[in-house]
Design a protein around this ligand. Structure first.
Ligand code: FAD
Length: 526
């Protein structure tokens, strides 16, 4: 008999260790401290505490190693940091992520050439930009009456602040120039403002970027009933009598296959791999993988006008320099794109190769467009072709509609207008990144108010018709958001975790009551 590092059974098995899976661990640790929880992550631990953002690693060599170790089957490939890679249209991943080897585009379709994933403790949130804007207008999920409360909880879990770049020498100037161009006629919530960021400042002044470590918090790390197992691939969700009953796990260190029984299973494996795991488990609701959407991204760069050297200073220790902060131009239903304007060395995509004359004076502008949602846009799975983890290979079918092209054209014009408002544009035309570049994939396990065949899970994120099985991540978001989605998907996870905690508490109460009545009966019999 093979020995196993896993428990035979737990109350809750969590697949993945990104911020949404970690939100389940955190809320359960807070609200159901008696519950046993096992979290399984296919990738290795790359930072300390586990799940911490790699940008917090001060030594550049160690940081690069952590990024490489997160790139799963793509480790060692060229990344966008190689000069000119994005502009030449080459398929390259962001550091810490990897691209699909094949199946990302089919003839006559746009596909998602740069759809990417991360495989490491902390998921993509060990590599993200940490922008956490709230959804507005039609981005919001109108059937969730408690959405604002959930978003506030998500702010708490992610450690979101709007003050991290306060005092950055150019941030006021960027804000004022954008506000003059944008704010007219907008309600206060939709005006130009500092981007809410999951980042805080340490006492010594250094910035700390939130990752899953912050979401888990001390309460999860100190929970004696919580265990995190890295290098552990969940290959199947086990179902018994129609109810989630556990997981089948491959220990990537030994190759051993093990079953862990669980009363609840939460799958938070990202918007491509969560539906993959459900598919591999024979759980195949009609909407699984459908309504896949990504936010088409237009980028541009501008050199700030009228700034003088000495207003900012460049950091030389590899940490983010802090001249212009990150500014948010919110989405509106009339202008269905979300704007993120930041100093170039804060951007995940290099836009300019020349050194700015004034340190920090080149800003990158990015507009993310909301997608025209289509049922046919989907990730499908090929049972006959295993991917590099031995799971059914991903096959992406994705098209931009006429409406998408129209919104994209408006975004192009708007970004040029914004670039001119802040300074002197570096290029004549903005460029559009290939589909998948936003890293914000949504819809594939979408939430619905009712089970009408167009959604995969309930407003509590429980998969229709499979009690005890919950899904987490951006795939759960049913709307076409243009804003960065992680805050919203963590908010949805808070709701799902709350539902599990309530059910566990109810079951514990019932068990306690049964025990009491049993002992009463025995006392009466004596
Ligand atoms: P992930 O973070 O993707 O984690 C999923 C985890 O599940 C992975 O670690 C994976 O290995 C694991 N997994 C998958 N399948 C299995 C399995 N079968 N068994 C075991 N483990 C499995 N978002 C924003 O909102 N704002 C931003 O500013 C932003 N900037 C970004 C910049 C970059 C460079 C990158 C890479 C991402 C950015 N994102 C941003 C996206 C953000 O990181 C994701 O939205 C977020 O991490 C999603 O969280 P998640 O928990 O759903 O999934």
């Amino acid at each position: 008999m093979s020995s196993s590092r896993y428990p035979a059974s737990v109350d809750v098995a969590i697949v993945g260790s990104g911020p949404t899976a970690s939100a389940y661990a955190r809320i359960l640790s807070e609200r159901a401290p008696g519950a046993t929880i096992a979290m399984f992550e296919v990738g290795p631990t790359v930072s300390n505490p586990p799940g911490a953002h790699v940008k917090n690693i001060e030594d550049p060599e160690r940081r690069t190693l952590a990024q490489r170790a997160s790139e799963g089957p793509g480790a060692g490939a060229e990344t966008v940091n190689s000069p000119g890679a994005v502009k030449s249209g080459e398929r390259r991943a962001r550091p810490g992520t990897y691209l699909m080897a094949d199946g990302y585009a089919f003839p006559g379709e746009d596909g998602m050439p740069v759809a990417a994933m991360s495989s490491n403790v902390g998921g993509m949130a060990a590599h993200w930009t940490a922008a956490c804007p709230r959804p507005g207008g039609r981005e919001r999920i109108d059937f969730l009456a408690d959405l604002d409360q959930l978003l506030a909880e998500a702010d708490r879990l992610l450690g979101v602040t709007t003050t991290a770049f306060e005092g950055a020498p150019f941030s006021g100037l960027v804000h004022d120039r954008l506000a003059a161009a944008v704010d007219g006629g907008r309600a206060p919530a939709f005006r130009v403002q500092p981007m809410p960021l999951a980042v805080h400042r340490r006492e010594d002044g250094r910035l700390v970027w939130s990752g899953s470590d912050v979401v888990m918090g001390d309460v999860t790390r100190g929970n004696p009933r919580f265990d995190l197992f890295d290098e552990s691939l969940v290959k199947r969700v086990l179902v018994d009598g129609g109810r989630a009953a556990g997981v089948e796990v491959e220990d990537r260190r030994t190759g051993g296959i093990h079953h862990v029984a669980a009363r609840y299973v939460v799958v938070g494996g990202d918007a491509l791999r969560t539906p993959q795991l459900l598919w591999a488990s024979g759980i195949r609701p009609a909407a699984l993988g459908r309504y896949l959407n990504d936010q088409t991204q237009v980028v541009f760069a501008s050199r700030l006008r009228d700034v003088s050297p000495g207003e900012g200073e460049n950091r030389t220790d590899g940490a983010l320099s802090e001249q212009s902060g990150v500014t948010w131009v919110p989405y509106t239903d009339d202008m269905p794109f979300h704007g993120q304007i930041m100093q170039l060395d804060a951007s995940p995509i290099p836009l300019a190769e020349d050194d700015p004359v004034v340190p920090g004076s080149i800003v990158g502008l990015g507009l993310f467009c909301a997608k025209d949602l289509q049922r046919e846009d989907r990730v499908a799975f090929d049972d006959a072709t295993p991917d590099s983890y031995g799971m059914p290979a991903l096959r992406i079918h994705y098209r931009l509609t006429a409406k998408d092209h129209e919104v994209l054209e408006r975004a192009r014009q708007e970004i040029v207008r914004l670039g001119n408002a802040v300074g002197e544009p570096l290029d004549e035309r903005p460029f559009v990144l290939p589909p998948g570049a936003s890293l914000h994939y949504q819809g594939t396990t979408r939430m619905g108010e009712y089970d009408d065949g167009e959604s995969v899970c309930s407003p509590d994120s429980q998969v229709w018709d499979v009690p005890g099985l919950f899904v987490a991540g951006n795939g759960v978001i049913p709307t076409a958001t243009a804003c960065n989605p992680t805050l919203t998907s963590v908010a949805l996870a808070v709701r799902g975790a709350g539902r599990i905690a309530t059910e566990l508490a109810g079951a514990a109460e019932l068990a306690g009551a049964l025990l009491m009545s049993d002992s009463d009966n025995r006392m009466t019999e004596q």
